[in-house]
Write a protein of this length. Structure first.
Length: 108
């Protein structure tokens, strides 16, 4: 019974993985965020050409090895540095964290 449960749990969790929408570029294009604003649940992040992040969340950003890396200063709950793969298409950005979790955010 135990092996079957583990198999069933693996199948269910595999089915929950988010896949990228079909119209997104197949390669990272983090430079497509420059000059855009990411609409975040806790406020907006303006990805300024000078490497700063302005708006409701503040900090800095840079591109390292084709990944978008952001360092958030405020608010405290998002403080720190993280790098993500990002695929931008139109007004959507599809981000993938190091742990494999992916999510889509709107841009303006």
């Amino acid at each position: 019974m135990k092996p079957f449960f583990l198999f069933a749990a693996t199948v269910v969790l595999s089915a929950c993985q988010i896949s990228a929408p079909e119209d997104l570029p197949k390669t990272n294009n983090p430079d497509a965020l420059i000059g855009r604003t990411i609409l975040h649940e806790d406020g907006n992040l303006a990805v300024n050409p000078d490497g700063s992040i302005g708006g409701d969340l503040t900090g800095t950003w840079e591109i390292k090895n084709t990944r978008w890396c952001r360092t958030i200063a405020t608010p405290e709950k998002y403080a720190g540095t993280e790098c993500r793969d990002v695929h931008v298409s139109g007004n959507s950005a599809f981000f993938t964290r190091d742990n494999g979790v992916s999510y889509t955010m709107k841009l303006k």
